[in-house]
Design a protein around this ligand. Structure first.
Ligand SMILES: CC(C)(COP(=O)(O)OP(=O)(O)OC[C@H]1O[C@@H](n2cnc3c(N)ncnc32)[C@H](O)[C@@H]1OP(=O)(O)O)[C@@H](O)C(=O)NCCC(=O)NCCS
Length: 172
């Protein structure tokens, strides 16, 4: 069967799919995301619909969802600085590919599209934070030209243990 891959915003009426995928992500990779499943589960339908509606050019942030044959299998959240003097700075706020679909280049496709959208919105450099232990993510970001600027020590507190994060940056 030929595989059809699309990367886009989910329409508002599919907000629950974004919610379920986010919850799946934080449960499977609790170190990689700042939010907990409980925080996401208790959030309102109105807020989930809003997230689907965000557009980088208007709202300074946007969720992009990657679908394989119509099924959401991952996401990335991108944003730009809100004050005028920071509008040229873009961020990758979080990225996830469902475990069954990893290591086939889909994360790379999603990241490529995220960077394309940021550049299209006048961003000249992109920054992100990633937990030091997330070797596949760090490998992927380095492949795309992100460099480690430094380390935020004990940045994530998960279940009473502290974890360091790399700050990475890339000029577009
Ligand atoms: C990071 C993530 C999105 C990558 O998705 P993916 O679809 O597997 O991405 P790709 O297949 O395009 O690339 C993965 C890269 O990781 C590398 N990789 C995978 N496992 C690895 C390991 N144990 N050690 C070193 N590199 C590894 C792959 O070789 C590949 O690099 P390459 O293309 O240079 O060979 C996915 O692993 C994920 O969702 N991880 C959990 C959440 C997370 O860490 N998110 C980032 C936080 S901001």
């Amino acid at each position: 069967m030929t595989e059809h891959i699309s990367i886009s915003n989910l329409p508002l009426e599919r907000w629950e799919e974004l919610k379920q995928m986010r919850i799946q992500g934080v449960k499977a990779e609790h170190l990689s995301f700042a939010r907990t499943a409980e925080e996401l589960e208790s959030d309102t339908e109105e807020n989930w619909r809003k997230r689907c509606a965000w557009r980088i050019g208007l709202d300074h942030k946007e969720w992009l969802v990657i679908e394989l044959n119509g099924k959401p299998i991952g996401y990335v959240m991108i944003s730009v600085g809100e004050p005028m003097k920071l509008r040229h700075v873009g961020y990758i706020n979080g990225m996830y590919i469902s475990a069954d679909y990893r290591n086939r280049g889909l994360g790379g496709k999603l990241l490529g599209e995220a960077l394309r959208r940021l550049k299209e919105n006048n961003v000249i450099k992109v920054r992100l934070e990633v937990i030091v232990e997330s070797v596949p993510a760090v490998t992927l970001y380095k492949r795309f030209g992100f460099e480690v600027l430094g380390t935020f020590r004990k940045e994530i507190n998960s279940d009473g243990s502290y974890y360091d994060e790399f700050v990475m940056e890339k000029f577009l």
